[in-house]
Design a protein around this ligand. Sequence first.
Ligand SMILES: [Zn+2]
Length: 210
Amino acid sequence: MRIQTFSAALRTFTTSFGHRSTPLVTKATARRLPFPISRSTTLKAVPGIPFLGSLFSSSAKSENQENNMSYPDQRNNEEWRAILSPEQFRILREKGTERPGTGEYDSHYPSQGVYNCAGCNTPLYKASHKFKSGCGWPAYFDSIPGAVTRHTDSSFGMERTEIVCSNCGGHLGHVFKGEGYPTPTDERHCVNSVSLRFQEGEGQEAKAKA
Ligand SMILES: [Zn+2]
């Protein structure tokens, strides 16, 4: 009895939301059923569970969609795995984070050169953008124009701004603003060393200056 009531409520609920893709308990079949719908059937039939779940995680979902937007470099995970180390894959493609103070470029301050994306080799930051933040990860106050794309990241109960490579969507880290660093932008691009590959001064930056 209670289960039938629930099914009816569910039907109303799904109908009102226009969610008809799982009509296991339609009005017609409900009328034909000679017995109350079994518990297991009801559980299997409940479209409300995943549907409600998606309602509650709507921000994460839209964020994922945003992150799946088209980047020029459309390599799939299999192709990335073939060229990236497991750690690079974890960070670039699965949005991981390296442990603070461990990264190759944390205390790396060359006078010139460019930090490229470790995935697709696109130039992202110039050596002149780098500054000492003391945060444990490479910090840049700016990027090469257009090289880095920002997304809202609502994971871990925080509202942060994720930064990814504009060419391949590879995860770089996060950008923070208004922390009071004495830099031209007062922004800190907090980037995983694993996401970067340094290229000596005669690279893109030198060409751009020439
Ligand atoms: Zn890239």
